[in-house]
Structures are given as C-alpha cells and as structure tokens.
Design a binder for this molecule. Structure first.
Ligand SMILES: CC(C)(COP(=O)(O)OP(=O)(O)OC[C@H]1O[C@@H](n2cnc3c(N)ncnc32)[C@H](O)[C@@H]1OP(=O)(O)O)[C@@H](O)C(=O)NCCC(=O)NCCS
Length: 134
C-alpha cells in the first residue's frame, strides 16, 4: 500500500475500459465513454506506481442530485480498504458541494449493503441505494 496515490482526476478512456474489463463489466461504445467521462462532475483515480488500480466518479446536477457511478477496485487490490478510500473522497466532495436536501443515489448488488451503509446509504429493497442529506 505504500505507493498508493489517490488523485482527483478524470480517467482516460483506455484506463476506464481497463478497469471495467478487470471486474467483467460490459464495455460501452468508445465515443460515448468519452462523452460520459467528460460530463462527470467529480472523479477519483487510485494509482499504484502510476498504474490505475481504482476509480470512482460522481454524475449529477452538481447541486441537488448526485449519483455515484463506477466504483471499481481491480481484483488483486480488493479488500485492502481502497474502495472505502474512494467512497470517502466522493462523499467528502458531495458533503462540501450539496444543499441539505440533496438526493444521492447509486445502484449496487445487495451483497454491498454493508459497504454502502457505512456512508449513510439505505437499500430501497430493489438495489437502488439512497441517501438524503439533511
Ligand atoms: C465493491 C468494491 C469497489 C469494494 O472495494 P474494496 O477495496 O475491496 O473494498 P474495501 O476493502 O474498502 O471493503 C470495505 C468493506 O466492504 C466489504 N466488501 C467489499 N467488497 C465486497 C463484496 N464484493 N461483497 C461483500 N462485501 C464486500 C469488505 O469486506 C469490507 O468490510 P469490513 O469493513 O467489514 O472489512 C470492489 O469489490 C469492486 O471493485 N467490485 C467490483 C465492482 C463493483 O461491484 N463495484 C460496485 C458497484 S456499485
């Protein structure tokens, strides 16, 4: 863990595809990825010796609605609290930039209930997780 760096930056399209591939997620159309990443409101990349090993981003309107997307840690680095580090940085950004009544959402598998509960999210029975700031 000693060379791990957490950086506020947008991933490149290639890095984004590499990370999605590492966890077996569907790869989307190249030009659409670029547009999607450009429209992110905040991105976090985690690097180990300049190689990207983790990612998280926020999309939304930047004031009242935030959506957490693409929380990924490559499998060989999982279970070392890197996911927690990414979520902590994203929630810090939201807490510093949102109004009190902001709606913050994400979609996740129910196995991750505990992981997201630590950040104040409640599973709404259908794997859509919400947190209302207030
Ligand atoms: C989900 C993910 C980002 C977690 O990253 P991580 O670095 O392994 O997470 P952490 O080490 O910070 O784990 C924090 C806690 O969540 C739990 N946790 C992490 N991944 C889990 C999983 N897949 N299933 C169940 N619990 C999990 C850990 O056991 C740990 O619990 P503890 O605090 O009681 O020890 C990572 O497993 C991943 O990239 N998964 C594939 C992509 C994915 O599903 N992303 C989430 C999309 S919503």
């Amino acid at each position: 863990m000693k060379n791990i760096k957490i950086i506020e930056r947008k991933p490149s399209v290639e890095e984004y595809i590499k990370l999605r591939n590492s966890v077996g997620w569907k790869i989307l159309q190249h030009d659409k990825i670029e547009k999607g990443l450009d429209n992110s409101i905040y991105c976090i990349c985690v690097e180990d010796q300049d190689n990207i090993i983790g990612l998280g981003r926020i999309i939304g309107d930047g004031g009242t609605v935030f959506y957490i997307q693409d929380i990924i840690v490559v499998p060989s680095y999982q279970k070392q609290k890197i996911g927690t580090l990414i979520m902590t940085k994203l929630m810090e950004y939201i807490d510093n930039n949102c109004i009190n009544e902001a709606i913050i959402g994400l979609i996740a598998i129910s196995e991750l209930d505990k992981f997201y509960k630590k950040f104040g999210f409640t599973n709404n029975q259908n794997n859509r997780f919400y947190r209302y700031n207030g």
